[in-house]
Design a protein around this ligand. Structure first.
Ligand SMILES: CC(C)(COP(=O)(O)OP(=O)(O)OC[C@H]1O[C@@H](n2cnc3c(N)ncnc32)[C@H](O)[C@@H]1OP(=O)(O)O)[C@@H](O)C(=O)NCCC(=O)NCCS
Length: 198
């Protein structure tokens, strides 16, 4: 009798996202160089970057950042996506969201909107689409987001989108001449699929 051979784990495809991702009012798509004016606009706005580790960025730094984002689009195995959030009704690029695969099982997300587009529910709508794609397309088991403890608007977005507070990480990050305490929010695949995200 042939000796049983160890079962080979099924081959995993490289992570891929279907883009653009459409929501009721938005399209999440790859950035292009033509998006530089929009990106440079919010990057230079201290109200947008107040709780972020970077910024405000000048025009040259914004361009360098966009070039890095474009370069990441051609990575052989993709682990990072920074996507433009485009409003479907008029094609205006209102912000950005980023997705980073920390491991096979964990995706970290971030988002921002240019100041004129706060208060309309766009960030929550974009984040919900990203979380959904993380589970259905990237196959992760958890989605996390880290937000500065002072960033109350961001905490509300995370809760509305179905993530729950998980932990407080003290002195977790260093940037812009200070050390940041951050709250970590999370949603697991099973809770998301059963509608019990938050
Ligand atoms: C964090 C950030 C994206 C949140 O923006 P926001 O406008 O508060 O969030 P949303 O787009 O989800 O909008 C929600 C608000 O719109 C209101 N709203 C209006 N129409 C709505 C609709 N159709 N659906 C849902 N909410 C709607 C909600 O009541 C809510 O207002 P409230 O918080 O005063 O109750 C924004 O403040 C930002 O870009 N900040 C700078 C970058 C940043 O800090 N990013 C987070 C890093 S972790």
């Amino acid at each position: 009798m042939a000796r049983p051979t160890a079962a080979k784990p099924p081959a995993r495809r490289p992570p891929a996202l279907d883009l653009p991702q459409a929501t009721a009012r938005l399209s999440l798509r790859e950035f292009t160089l033509g998006d530089l004016p929009a990106l440079a606009g919010w990057s230079a706005d201290p109200r947008v970057t107040r709780h972020l580790l970077f910024g405000p960025r000048d025009a040259a730094a914004a361009r360098r950042h966009l070039e890095e984002v474009l370069e990441a689009q051609s990575a052989r195995v993709r682990r990072f996506w920074e996507l433009a959030i485009e409003r479907a009704s008029d094609g205006v690029v209102i912000g950005a969201c980023d997705l980073t695969l920390r491991s096979r099982e964990e995706l970290e997300v971030g988002y921002l909107l240019a100041r004129p587009y706060w208060g309309e529910g766009y960030a929550t709508e974009a984040l919900r689409a990203v979380v959904s794609a993380a589970f259905s397309q990237l196959g992760v088991t958890r989605v996390v987001a880290a937000t500065a403890v002072e960033n109350a608007r961001s905490a509300r977005v995370l809760e509305r989108a179905g993530l729950r507070w998980e932990s407080l990480l003290r002195a977790h990050a260093r940037g812009r001449g200070r050390v940041w305490d951050v709250n970590v929010y999370c949603v697991g695949r099973d809770d998301w699929l059963s509608g019990n995200g938050a």
